[in-house]
Design a binder for this molecule. Structure first.
Ligand SMILES: N[C@@H](CCC(=O)N[C@@H](CS)C(=O)NCC(=O)O)C(=O)O
Length: 223
């Protein structure tokens, strides 16, 4: 059976887990804790020298990179799904366009989350000018969601849920742990609520919700 190595607090890990669950692909979860350097163990390093999660193992074939893992499973198992339609090259290309954008744009949410929540826990100094820049980066991402990715559409690539939404939702929701004001971006906020209500996506965020409950108990996403 496919093995999926994840950390529940890792945004790309949660996104892959939700996709495998939606597609009902049998798999065994191997949960590691980055916090305790479990992804740097000799055993894990032997299968993935980059020491990053998520990782998928299909027999002796190893697949890294969250978006690549999602596409691999769909192509390998020839799954017909609107998440990434194998028969529609143009829609695939649209989805890939977002997924490529994600790494160097939406993923910047991670930096702000890290500076606000993780750095103080670790005793790391956060420079105000860096924090300012991270806030600006996130504001730019959210503004672009309002004005472009979600403009006139229910989902990033049209009227149906795709891999793009699941990846983006997992990344952006991490900001709920630092009480980000999602209501400043009403279109994006409504879309986030729509995506997180999907049972498999919600379930993949169980651990994230525990952290949200701790740091942001009045979060709208807990209701
Ligand atoms: N582009 C990668 C990003 C993977 C990534 O950054 N994973 C983080 C967790 S969210 C990780 O493994 N960090 C551990 C480390 O770099 O030491 C993907 O989409 O899978």
């Amino acid at each position: 059976m496919i093995k999926l190595y994840i950390d529940w607090i890792s945004q790309p890990s949660r996104a892959v887990k939700a996709v495998l669950d939606i597609l009902k692909v049998p798999h065994e979860v191997k949960a590691l804790k980055i916090q305790f350097d479990e992804h740097k163990s000799p055993e894990f390093t032997a299968i993935h020298p980059l020491q990053q999660l998520p990782l998928l193992q299909d027999g002796d074939f190893t697949v890294a990179e969250s978006h690549n893992i999602m596409r691999y499973v769909i192509k390998q198992k020839n799954i017909q799904t609107h998440l990434y339609p194998l028969i529609d090259i143009k829609q695939q290309t649209r989805i890939d366009q977002y997924l490529d954008y994600h790494h160097t744009n939406t993923r910047k949410c991670l930096n702000l989350y890290h500076s606000v929540l993780i750095s103080p826990i670790k005793g790391e100094k956060v420079f105000p000018e860096i924090l300012d820049k991270e806030r600006q980066d996130v504001a730019k991402v959210f503004s672009f969601f309002e004005s472009n990715w979600l403009k006139g559409k229910s989902y990033i690539c049209g009227d149906q849920l795709t891999l793009a939404d699941i990846s983006a939702c997992s990344e952006m929701l991490q900001l709920d742990m630092i009480k980000f004001d999602f209501q400043k971006y009403p279109i994006t906020n409504a879309w986030l609520h729509r995506v997180i209500r999907i049972p498999e996506v919600h379930q993949a965020h169980n651990v994230a919700f525990k952290i949200i409950k701790k740091y942001n108990p009045s979060s709208e996403f807990l209701k």
